[in-house]
Write a protein that binds this ligand. Structure first.
Ligand code: 5AD
Length: 320
């Protein structure tokens, strides 16, 4: 099995993908065992300077109530997540030009002082000196999805940026020693199967340690309103091929897949995925962090974690 571009394209369009699902599940079991890593996400700010046409938080969307969580509430939320067993805290935000870099640095240090906790950042594109500063403060990982490897499509979706800059940022993050996460969306308007194959190959070229792939879901308050959502079967295929291309990577089942289909979210754990992220953002903020339309229940950090562990138990996996 070469898993070169032409095999990837062929696999993505097969009538029956079952053999690849089986190989991916076997590879996951061999490399990652039965554990599913559960990460806590705290959405610390939904303020964003970017105009990404798919995203509900894009700067042009005046309907969003914007917030930036105060430092003490971020720390308090992290403490609560750690107290119910989370070992990774993901700090996520829009590209918020008002984020106080030194304050984030303090938050990273405070969380690291809570125990053997990994801190993942997902704050968009920063300057190299900021990535470096956060690394010095103790941040372990950085998530910055490349979104699509098709440069023309990337340009259309991101009127204020380009793919080259994105890739440059990812290379900087990797060079600074972060565990590096990329990922992309499936089913973007104008996306081709060929470009999905290139997306997968780009993960490999970048040497990604993590990759999150989810279906595009059209948001009514964005320029891409009215487009159909991404195909869930295609999403699972992409995850399976990512497992075969990057045997050691941490691959989450994305929340977006669960929004479209609870059943397929569960199935994705048998397609190569070994990670799941949970929103632990407190009320009232959590409902304002709406990247794509979703039902957002009020916060219950311990209850939510227990329910997830139970669900994983039922499919023979162990949440850690
Ligand atoms: N549908 C699916 N995923 C989306 N994202 C942003 N907007 C959407 C959408 N409409 C994903 C992007 C981004 C992450 C925060 O969420 O991949 O990197």
């Amino acid at each position: 099995m070469a898993l070169d571009r032409s095999e990837l394209i062929k696999a993505l369009t097969l009538d029956d993908f079952t053999p690849y699902y089986q190989m991916a599940d076997e590879m996951r079991r061999r490399k990652k065992g039965n554990e599913v890593k559960i990460r806590a996400i705290i959405e610390i700010s939904n303020i964003c300077a970017r105009y990404c046409t798919y995203c509900g938080l894009n700067a042009a969307n005046a309907k969003v109530h914007r917030y930036r969580m105060p430092e003490n509430e971020i720390i308090e939320t992290a403490r609560r997540a750690v107290s119910v067993g989370y070992k990774t805290i993901v700090l996520q935000s829009g590209e918020d030009p008002g984020l106080d870099i030194e304050e984030i640095g303090r938050i990273i240090r405070d969380i690291k002082a809570m125990g053997e906790i990994a801190v993942t950042l997902s704050l968009g594109e920063l300057d190299e000196k900021e990535y470096r500063y956060f690394k010095e403060c103790g941040a372990d990982r950085y998530l910055l999805k490349h979104e699509t490897s098709d440069p023309k499509l990337y340009g259309r979706l991101h009127p204020d940026s380009d793919l080259e800059t994105r890739i440059e940022n990812l290379r900087t993050i990797k060079r600074l020693g972060y565990e590096t996460g990329s990922g992309f969306m499936i089913g973007l308007p104008g996306q081709t199967v060929e470009s999905l194959a290139d997306d997968l190959l780009l993960l490999k070229t970048l040497g990604c340690d993590m990759a999150g792939m989810g279906p595009f879901i059209s948001h009514p308050d964005t320029p891409l309103r009215g487009n159909g959502h991404g195909d869930t079967e295609m999403t699972k295929r992409v995850v399976a091929l990512a497992r075969l291309l990057l045997p050691d990577a941490n691959l989450p089942v994305t929340t977006a897949l669960g929004v479209l289909s609870q059943k397929e979210r569960l199935e994705a754990f048998s397609c190569g995925a070994n990670v799941v992220m949970r929103k632990t953002t407190p009320d009232p903020y959590r409902k304002y962090y709406e990247i794509y339309p979703a039902d957002i229940p009020s916060a219950d950090i311990p209850g939510d974690r227990l329910a997830l562990e139970k669900m994983l138990d039922e499919i023979g996996r162990k949440g850690v």
